[in-house]
Design a binder for this molecule. Structure first.
Ligand SMILES: Nc1nc2c(ncn2[C@@H]2O[C@H](COP(=O)(O)OP(=O)(O)OP(=O)(O)O)[C@@H](O)[C@H]2O)c(=O)[nH]1
Ligand SMILES: [Mg+2]
Length: 354
């Protein structure tokens, strides 16, 4: 999963990036220049730890998230974004919009005042205008194709209807993530790098002593979470024992990373299944609704090709019963076929023929 941290200049993107990844990327005073930091982090997962301990696994493998701190948006709707910025944003599974909500007299806000709702809208507007130009170019191109008779008329008409719908939404100030698409439409749209289609996690970057402001998500596939960016960065860069002590003092039960990952999984509708043995305990992320065959394919193509059955038990039940042998003796290991819909927390053993 790749998450792109975006936001207005000096909103705290790099601070939040450091908080989430434990990096020490330098904070800048410039703002606005195209600059990127990336880091891959393990998704903290107590189920992997508990499974590894119970089964004596030699190795623990966690799911991974890539965070990219992407400076370069301005919050000013200036037209199409530069190519490298657009391409990078296009690769992300979701955008994390870091919105300034902290007071800091040393850091002037580019707009003069701190106003999270305004900034949320400003960045959406910038992406919206970018998409609008992409959509208009496509509509012009479709009109040309229709004149030339380059493709079957019905194909062009179908595509035009879709792009007209996008156009109307964007003109009305609606990001495309507010719209629902059929799988066929999704395929048509795949190559266009439309940025407002991406799910968005809004991270309100609040001051150390602030309470989260009440701000609702203005659109579907949008979630708002508050985070004390600077405080979390300091904690992430501390020795773990000291950090644990301060967390307790502040009444913080979860790390910034844990909260953001959970919100992102939720937003992107990801679930996690597990495999466990003496060699390895491992977490595997999947889109919600995936089947046992998808799970097998995630592990290895051979497992999907030779798929026979999946032995399945939920993590909670497995841990309550003790181990695999006990669960089997209790008749609690289910045999599922390739169409079984994997549930979050399932532990799977794929039986396959080579
Ligand atoms: N008080 C306070 N200051 C913060 C917080 N987050 C960031 N800052 C300060 O705001 C300034 C900008 O922070 P950065 O993390 O560099 O912001 P950025 O969005 O990466 O900035 P650009 O990449 O230059 O656009 C720095 O001086 C930070 O110390 C916060 O949560 N609280
Ligand atoms: Mg930065």
């Amino acid at each position: 999963m790749q998450l792109g941290l975006v936001g207005l200049p000096q909103s705290g993107k790099t601070t939040v990036f450091n908080a989430l990844t434990g990096s020490e990327a330098p904070l800048t005073m410039t703002g606005n220049r195209f600059e990127v930091h990336t880091a891959v982090v393990d998704v903290p997962d107590p189920r992997v730890d508990a499974l590894a301990e119970r089964f004596g696994s030699r190795k623990r493998t966690y799911a991974k998230v890539t965070y990219a701190d992407i400076a370069g948006l301005s919050g000013q709707a200036g037209g199409e974004l530069p190519g490298p910025l657009r391409n990078l944003l296009g690769q992300m599974d979701a955008l994390v919009h870091v919105v300034r909500a902290f007071d800091n007299p040393q850091v002037p806000h580019p707009a003069g005042t701190v106003d999270p709702a305004r900034d949320m809208a400003a960045l959406d507007q910038e992406l919206l205008l970018h998409d609008l130009l992409t959509v208009e170019r496509r509509l012009a191109r479709l009109a040309e194709e229709r004149q030339k008779g380059a493709r079957p008329k019905e194909d062009i008409a179908r595509e035009r209807a879709l792009f007209e719908r996008l156009h109307a939404a964007l003109e009305a100030g609606q990001p495309l993530r507010a719209l629902d698409f059929t799988p066929a439409e999704e395929r048509l749209l795949a190559g266009f790098g439309l940025l407002t289609r991406k799910p968005m996690l809004v991270l309100l970057n609040i001051g150390d002593d602030d309470e989260p402001p009440a701000l609702e998500a203005p659109f579907p596939r949008t979630r708002v979470v508050a985070l004390r960016g600077r405080l979390e960065m300091e904690l992430a860069q501390m020795d773990p024992d000291d950090a644990a002590y301060f967390r307790q003092e502040y009444g913080l039960t979860e790390s910034a990373l844990e909260r953001v990952v959970r919100a992102s999984y939720d937003l992107l509708e990801r679930i996690t299944f597990y495999t466990v043995g003496e060699k390895e305990a491992r977490a595997w992320p999947l889109p919600r609704g995936s089947t046992a065959l998808d799970a097998a394919a995630a592990i290895h193509t051979d497992l999907a090709r030779g798929f026979i059955r999946a032995e399945v038990i939920h993590y909670d039940e497995l841990m309550a019963l003790g181990d695999w042998a006990a669960a089997r003796a209790a008749g609690k290991i289910r045999l599922e076929g390739k169409d079984y819909r994997v549930q979050d927390g399932d532990v799977l053993l794929i039986r396959f023929a080579t």
